[in-house]
Design a protein around this ligand. Structure first.
Ligand code: M6R
Length: 366
């Protein structure tokens, strides 16, 4: 059932090229220059007339929501707010019938997310679900939705659900960008074509596995780790830290790289591994100077870089390369080595990778 892998988590990490393909298969028609999604097509006016989009989710799904915020605002020019479902539901939020709420949930059973949906519906918002489990409570409770088609995710640590959620949300953003006239026909077409290269680029990113295993061995006994990223890769830093915490029980924190000097930099010494997402596009020079700041305080730098990188490679203690792609698609690649890293560290520490202590796959109580 684990398909020859030692753990479901590793199997699911390796399923990502396929899962991403399954997510856009039948929806993305690069040759015809269209994105087909029934849940959007049938309610297009709700999205076109929306004042804003509110995304609610928990955990990893909330991180996918943060990536979506960048994509929606950047491509489709629609204002987005991303909320923890648990906070949103209890703070008497201002919601109107001009709002579209997108709920993201792998299981479709998360209690707080479900409650947030009910609240938004009561206030007249249009509610759209992005779920993996077909027929789940959230899928049934929403007005419309799009499934991720990642296939069953058994490992408690969410992996392929995350990348397929980002894939679905990217398709939605692109579709809306096109409808709103925010992208030219040719840019839209190029974007779809680039999206089609992602499964093979994820495959390539997975080839870093032996190197990631070596790096994991170096840092497996750390007690604290920092994860830094900017822009589209800030949520990836949060996600990398969450993965490490939940399965290896090492304290880790994710930060937008520029926030370092507002506090966390005080933590850095020669015992502190800092994982930095430093891909070529997206504030590369700024990340390079953040790396220099860490280096001058003797922190250990493990950087995720674009293939062929030279500048960061010279500064970092270790680099892990991922293929080049559009900046907005980099989270689909940069997240891969971070998943592998937390996996190997957890295995090396003798942790129960698929069923970490104190955690459940679906959190059906608040
Ligand atoms: O099923 P959901 O996507 O609603 O679950 C949300 C979180 O409970 C979930 O992502 C959790 O954070 C994962 N264990 C993270 O790996």
């Amino acid at each position: 059932e684990k398909g020859g892998y030692d753990h479901f988590m590793l199997k699911e990490i390796y399923e990502q090229p396929r899962a991403i393909l399954d997510t856009y298969r039948g929806r993305l028609r690069a040759d015809q220059g269209i994105v087909k999604m029934a849940g959007i097509d049938e309610h297009l006016e709700k999205f076109m007339n929306a004042n804003r989009v509110i995304i609610v989710a928990c955990g990893t799904s909330w991180h996918a929501g943060l990536v979506a915020e960048y994509i929606f605002e950047d491509l489709a020019r629609i204002p987005v707010e991303v909320e923890y479902a648990s906070e949103f539901r209890y703070r008497n939020p201002v919601i109107t019938d001009k709002d579209v709420l997108i709920a993201i949930s792998q299981s479709g059973e998360t209690a707080d997310t479900l409650a947030a949906i009910k609240l938004a519906k009561d206030k007249g918002a249009f509610v759209f679900g992005v779920c993996n489990v077909v027929g789940s409570s959230i899928a049934r409770e929403t007005h419309a939705g799009a499934y991720t088609h990642a296939g069953p995710e058994i490992g408690v640590a969410s992996t392929k659900a995350f990348t397929t959620q980002i894939t679905v949300l990217t398709l939605i953003a692109l579709k809306l960008a096109k409808e709103k006239g925010e992208v030219s026909e040719s840019n839209f077409h190029q974007f779809l074509t680039e999206l089609e290269t992602i499964p093979s680029k994820v495959e390539k990113a997975l080839e870093s596995n032996p190197l990631v295993e070596i790096i994991s061995d170096v840092y497996k006994d750390s007690t604290n780790c920092l994860y830094l990223g900017r822009g589209y890769n800030f949520p990836v830093a949060l996600e990398g830290a969450l993965k490490l915490k939940e399965i290896s029980y090492i304290h880790a924190e994710g930060y937008p790289a520029a926030e370092m000097k507002h506090g966390p930099i005080a933590l850095i010494d020669d015992q502190m591994p800092v994982f930095v997402i430093a891909t070529k596009k997206g504030h590369y020079e700024k990340v390079v100077s953040n790396i220099q700041e860490i280096k001058s305080r003797k922190g250990k730098i493990i950087a995720i870089v674009t293939e062929g990188d030279e500048q960061v490679t010279e500064l970092a203690d270790h680099v892990i390369e991922v293929p080049e792609t559009y900046e907005s698609l980099t989270p689909l690649l940069t997240t891969i080595p971070l998943q592998l890293l937390s996996y190997h560290i957890a295995v090396m520490r003798g942790c129960n990778v698929d069923q970490p202590r104190n955690l459940a796959k679906s959190v059906t109580v608040e």
